[in-house]
Design a protein around this ligand. Structure first.
Ligand code: HEM
Length: 231
């Protein structure tokens, strides 16, 4: 299945390609694909894809465990980078179309509109994860790398809070994404609980084995003592 990764990359590029086409159509015939407020439509389009793709990146290990399809794990870094790509397009569209490239306005939003602060925090985490996603950083950070990359759960939780905060009606979509995130978390927690339980069972059975071995040793030792003992 060598073609899987390029095929997935092609699929993940489609929302960006659609946005490019929609902008081009907008220039030809205003209001044709992006509606009355094209800037806002682009912010929403990229925001939705950012969330979908970051959830896909989170789902990859669960999909691999459930289906046994090992190839998919090799695409995890790429999917994560696509999530960062769409989040950055979302941020860029917001800065350009909604804040009119005014840094003062962006700063005011960051300090006054909590859902923007929360979204920005999620973007910063994804930035840090993307920047350290290489093998070189993995080697340099050792065990810290895994801990750092577990922040992806915090980023997704913040992105969902961001979405809940700005949703005023029509909650179906945000409920669906939250349910997907909750299911992925439950699957992971139950697996961790399962492996902790089996590790505990393994250590207690090896302790039992060690206890009975030492009991046997001391019994044979006492035999030896009794054998050489004058009594
Ligand atoms: C970089 C910082 C971020 C900023 C400044 C930002 C800004 C915004 C704004 C202004 C909107 C509302 C647009 C409107 O209703 O007119 C929005 C919506 C949204 N954003 Fe963000 N956002 C950020 C980060 C994120 C991240 C990290 C994600 C997901 C990974 C995300 C996902 C969404 C989603 C799903 C929506 C709602 C789309 C819809 O209603 O269909 N945002 N964002």
């Amino acid at each position: 299945m060598a073609a899987f990764k390029p095929a997935l990359a092609f699929l993940l590029l489609l929302p960006a390609a659609w946005a490019g086409y929609a902008v081009w159509m907008e220039v030809q015939a205003p209001g044709s694909l992006l509606g009355a407020d094209p800037g806002e439509a682009l912010v929403l389009h990229f925001g939705e894809w950012a969330l979908r793709v970051v959830l896909l990146a989170l789902a990859i290990s669960s999909i691999q465990r459930r289906t046994g399809f090992k190839q998919i794990v090799r695409s995890r870094r790429m999917v994560g980078l696509f999530a960062f790509f769409y989040t950055s397009l979302h941020l860029f569209a917001y800065v350009g179309f909604l804040a009119a490239f005014s840094l003062a306005e962006v700063f005011a939003d960051l300090t006054e509109r909590t859902y923007i602060t929360v979204g920005f925090a999620a973007w910063l985490i994804l930035l840090a994860l993307s920047a350290t996603s290489t093998r070189g950083w993995q080697r340099r950070l050792r065990r810290g790398w895994k801990r750092l990359h577990q922040l992806v759960y915090v980023a997704v939780a913040l992105a969902l809070i961001h979405f809940w905060w700005l949703t005023k009606d029509g909650y179906a979509e945000v409920v669906l994404y939250t349910a997907v995130f909750a299911l992925l978390m439950l699957e992971r927690l139950s697996r961790q609980a399962g492996s902790a339980a089996s590790a505990l069972a393994a250590s207690s059975s090896s302790r039992n084995a060690a206890d009975s071995a030492s009991a046997m040793r001391s019994t044979s030792g006492s035999n030896r003592v009794s054998l050489i003992s004058p009594k």
